[in-house]
Design a protein around this ligand. Structure first.
Ligand code: PEP
Ligand code: MN
Length: 235
């Protein structure tokens, strides 16, 4: 499972990015419409206005689409367009929201909270499962530590540890973990080597100009390098 695309759906370029990642072998397309930003005054995503680009990108590539919903209302609005819902780090411990995702008939990616231990992470997934939705994919995306060379600290051990603790698949998001594009590909390789069931990667046609998460969005060339490695290493 290789989920790739920009942090946010920004406009027409979403279709170009979608075509490129598909051509490289991505299995899923990502792009945020509702963005959980640190400030309400920053770009908060195109919301429903961005759906026209999603419809077109899905039509052209045929790829299933992954996007975050932060409330029951957003689940409703995105339902017809999204194939896998993403639950963001900032909402990972919102148990009532998790229960709401548990009542949906679409798979969900549960991102690890910034201060959630591995055992807590696995337990929180049960909020979704116990409502009836067993299609939960865990995602290690880095945790908060004292380290500030990187945006977060990628916890590689989470991947084999989750495999010991439960039967759920776990994917890695090196983009939000490291926060800088020069480290995304090596960390992605490490995650796959440690047994991750897939990757979630932010890719942009012009990363410097990306409206959100510019610093960690990788270029088309970097994505191609990663996909070439994945194929040649048998992943
Ligand atoms: C994202 O995937 O763009 C995102 C906001 O992720 P996280 O919740 O891991 O910060
Ligand atoms: Mn992002």
């Amino acid at each position: 499972m290789i989920i790739a695309g920009p942090c946010s759906v920004e406009g027409e370029n979403f279709i170009e990015i979608a075509k490129f990642v598909k051509q490289q072998g991505a299995t899923h397309l990502r792009g945020g419409l509702f963005k959980p930003r640190s400030s309400p005054h920053r770009f908060n995503g195109l919301g429903v206005e961005g759906l026209e680009f999603v419809v077109e990108a899905k039509r052209v590539t045929g790829l299933p689409f992954v996007s975050e919903a932060m409330s029951p209302k957003q689940i409703e609005v995105l339902y017809d367009y999204v194939d896998i819902f993403q639950i963001g780090t900032r909402n990972q411990t919102a148990s009532e929201l998790l229960r709401e995702f548990g009542r949906q008939d679409k798979p969900v990616i549960l991102k690890r909270g910034m201060a959630t231990t591995i055992e807590e992470f696995v337990m929180y997934a049960d909020y979704i499962i116990c409502e009836g939705n067993e299609n939960v994919i865990l995602c290690e995306r880095g945790i908060r530590t004292f380290e500030n060379y990187t945006r977060n600290t990628f916890d590689l051990s989470c991947i084999p540890a989750v495999k010991q603790l439960c039967d759920l698949p776990i994917i890695a998001d090196p983009s939000h973990a490291v926060g800088r594009r020069d480290l995304v590909v090596p960390v992605a390789k490490g995650a796959m080597s440690a047994g991750a069931d897939g990757l979630l990667i932010e890719v942009h046609d012009n990363p410097e100009m990306a409206l959100t998460d510019s610093a960690q969005s990788i270029t088309f060339e970097q994505f191609e390098e990663l996909m070439t490695w994945l194929k040649s290493s048998g992943h």
